[in-house]
Design a binder for this molecule. Structure first.
Ligand code: 3H9
Length: 692
């Protein structure tokens, strides 16, 4: 064996050279890998004893892409293009042997080999779009030449992966090896040599592009089909343009289009934000005082208290990954309704073809119901998901403590209440934690995990791993009203209310927020959640706009009216009645209404959120600024291409945020605009949250 670099080595046996990449954890195409491949190929081409080359990876996966940590730095020789050109132009066959995930630059590397074999678990994808990019090493021109423009459009605009069988069917791989991958690939290389077959260079093919050439509407139809999902993102459109170039231009011209668009994306703010977020998400899994090797408690059975919208959604998460769940309700009718809704949800998913009819039965079979809390005795984790009443939650936890086996974790899905007070009613506060799911709980990716004063480290570790197991992204936060997500949301909602008193109307505020990239505005969100959350009919005396709307039975979407009027399809339209109520309120408070600009709406809704984020950091409620961004992207649909509120603040400059907050503090006299000391300190030092 010859070491090529510290990330690659070469062996030669019976005429077949094997270049092995070893760059844990994911064999990214770091400088040492590129150098190793290039040097290895050149060595083999110069050596008459070598008849063919196999490119394989050690560890858990084939090359999973370019090394993202190298992005933005000075280019390091050799470049990926140069390396891949050397491979594709080689006059000896090169066979890629693929296991794990061949992604991004990894798949592009494989596409520059002359043949590809894989094991049965291999997966393939060009996920650059998720980093705000497009495949920049020829992938945009080569993938459509292998799988066709239609499939390439789908893969490159979503980043979706395909498995080995599909790769074989589309011609992306020549063979699935069912023995040891390395020996299978070497045997394949021997066959290629023996047959004397010509080397296949994907750049020279265009048979798979013919159907797209005969279908001029293909691209615009495709654009329409993804418009809603990709609103605001640049990269999907740029990927499409590259595939159009692959279809309509010669290979080298297509590569030139790819290069130009790649550089544009790479130097733009969207990709910077999306790359930042890639690492933010992974960073969130790391808890400084809870080491990786902290033991975990086994979770084989889960109990959920409450069969309402949240309880039902939460339960589906477990059933989706094969964990049995028991749901507890107080009334048979409520239990039946909850179980019925779960079944309906699954049936709807099956109708869309996303799961099979068998899956519906399997998942529903994993969810049972009971009216008896004693049935929770053997659960490893119990998640309470009843309405937000501290007294009720305390009562439930007192009971649970006497029923559930020792060592079990007791969790509350509260979105704002004090976990410490809930834990204090039990004899095992170390086993109590907050698991805050976001609605719809079976869809939203975020799990805010709330650590109480006494929560044990193994309970935190178990909860973080459990989140991953049920396909959630977890962010660990501390106890304060509203934790990280809702505490920041309260600021925005309060400003939205204030803005409509001063002169804006709900639809104007919402439009600004939606144009910014959020999935819905402040008032649309209130209508969706229900204006009567926390509203008390008996105590209501028309003191707020919300009171007035609830008293008029305008309690949100569910009653067909709230801040907006809704038609039978729940399409909102501005309400003349609501406008009248708002105007009366302004008059009553002696406010002289004025025209509020869109810029003021944006700054007054968003900057106090950033300010609250800074306070949250100061208080140690969040571990890192990037964790706050994870909460807002996955819990509230903050546009990924803006990275999250804290990254957004850094991209604008904290000095500017501080100055703007001070301007509003002075103009309104509202102390919430006073910038947090931490932010002032960073701004004065010319730094951002990312420097913390
Ligand atoms: C590209 O290829 C551009 C080219 O087209 C053009 C170039 C000219 N680089 O996710 P995990 C780290 S763009 C550097 O927890 P999993 C990650 O940060 C790239 N580091 O594991 C983490 O570090 P740590 C296109 C990377 O098993 C560790 O590896 N490719 C990279 O759940 C484990 O990661 C992609 O976008 C990287 N490329 O999932 C693929 N990838 O332990 C991105 C990972 O310190 N990667 N790391 O926190 C993935 O999707 C997943 O990591 C993968 C494994 C599915 C591979």
């Amino acid at each position: 064996m010859t070491a090529l670099t510290d990330m690659a080595d070469l062996t030669l046996e019976d005429g077949i050279a094997v270049i092995t990449i070893d760059n844990p954890p994911v064999n990214a195409l770091s400088q040492g890998v590129r150098q190793g491949i290039k040097d290895g190929v050149e060595k083999c081409l110069a050596d008459n004893a070598v008849k063919a080359i196999v490119l394989i990876c050690a560890g858990r996966t084939f090359i999973a892409g370019a090394d993202i940590t190298e992005f933005g730095g000075a280019p390091k020789e050799p470049g990926l293009h140069e390396t891949l050109d050397r491979m594709e132009n080689a006059d000896k066959p090169i066979v890629a042997a693929i296991h794990g995930t061949a992604l991004g630059g990894g798949l592009e590397t494989a596409l520059c080999c002359h043949f590809r074999v894989c094991d049965s678990g291999a997966r393939f994808g060009l996920p650059e779009v998720n980093l705000g990019l497009l495949p920049g090493a020829g992938g945009t021109q080569r993938l459509p030449r292998v799988v066709g423009a239609e499939k390439a459009l789908q893969m490159m605009t979503s980043g979706v992966q395909i498995g080995a069988e599909e790769a074989l069917a589309t011609g992306l791989v020549e063979q699935i090896v069912d023995t040891d991958l390395r020996s299978g690939a070497v045997a394949f290389a021997h066959e290629v040599v023996a047959s004397g077959q010509p080397l296949q260079r994907i750049r020279d093919r265009d048979d798979k592009l013919q159907s797209a050439r005969g279908n001029p509407g293909l691209f615009d139809e495709f654009r329409k089909s993804i418009a809603r999902k990709t609103r605001g993102f640049l990269a999907p459109e740029y990927n499409i343009r590259c595939i159009e170039a692959a279809v309509n231009l010669p290979f080298d011209e297509g590569i030139a289009v790819e290069q130009k668009l790649f550089m544009e994306l790479m130097s733009g703010p969207q990709s910077r934000a999306q790359q930042y977020f890639f690492f933010a998400e992974r960073q969130a899994a790391k808890i400084p005082d809870v080491p990786r090797d902290t033991p975990e408690r086994p979770i084989n059975k889960v109990g959920v208290i409450g069969a309402g919208t949240m309880g039902g959604g939460i339960s589906m998460n477990m059933a989706n990954v094969g964990i049995p769940v028991i749901i507890i309700e107080t009334q048979q009718e409520a239990l039946d309704r909850g179980l019925g809704i779960i079944r309906k949800n699954y049936e709807n998913t099956a109708k869309k073809g996303r799961i099979s009819a068998d899956d519906v039965e399997t998942r529903c079979g994993l969810i049972t119901g009971s009216l008896d809390m004693q049935d929770l005795a053997d659960c490893d984790l119990v998640i309470e998901a009843v309405y937000e009443s501290l007294d009720l939650k305390k009562e439930i936890f007192t009971k649970l403590d006497g029923i559930v086996k020792a060592g079990a974790i007791l969790a509350s899905n509260t979105s704002a209440l004090d976990i410490n007070q809930i834990a204090a009613v039990t004899a095992r506060p170390e086993s109590v934690i907050g698991l805050h799911f976001f609605s719809p709980a079976n869809v939203m990716k975020l799990l805010e995990i709330v650590r109480g004063d006494h929560t044990a480290k193994d309970v935190i570790k178990t909860s973080m791993s459990f989140a991953k197991r049920i396909n959630k992204v977890a962010a660990l936060v501390g106890v304060c009203p509203g934790f990280v997500g809702n505490r920041i949301l309260f600021q925005r909602q309060a400003q939205a209310q204030q803005l409509i008193m001063e002169g804006a109307l709900p639809h104007q505020v919402d439009k600004v927020l939606v144009d910014f990239g959020l999935p819905m505005g402040a008032f649309q969100m209130s209508d969706l959640a229900g204006l009567d959350i926390g509203w008390n009919k008996q105590a209501s005396n028309g003191a707020t706009i919300r009171d007035m709307l609830c008293e008029a039975d305008r309690r949100g979407q569910k009653t067909g009216a709230g801040y907006y009027d809704y038609d039978e399809n729940r399409t909102p339209s501005p309400s003349a009645l609501v406008e009248k109520i708002i105007l009366e309120f302004s008059a009553k408070d002696g406010i002289d209404r004025r025209v509020v600009s869109d810029q003021e709406i944006l700054e007054r809704c968003i900057y106090p959120m950033i300010n609250e984020g800074a306070k949250i950091l100061e208080e140690g409620i969040a571990i890192r600024a990037s964790d706050i961004d994870v909460v807002w992207v996955y819990g509230y649909g903050w546009p990924l291409y803006r990275g999250g509120p804290m990254h957004y603040a850094d991209s604008i400059g904290l000095d500017q945020i501080v100055a703007t907050l001070r301007k509003y503090a002075e103009a309104t006299g509202d102390a919430t605009f006073e910038p947090a000391p931490l932010m002032v300190k960073l701004a004065e030092a010319g730094q951002g949250f990312s420097s913390l």
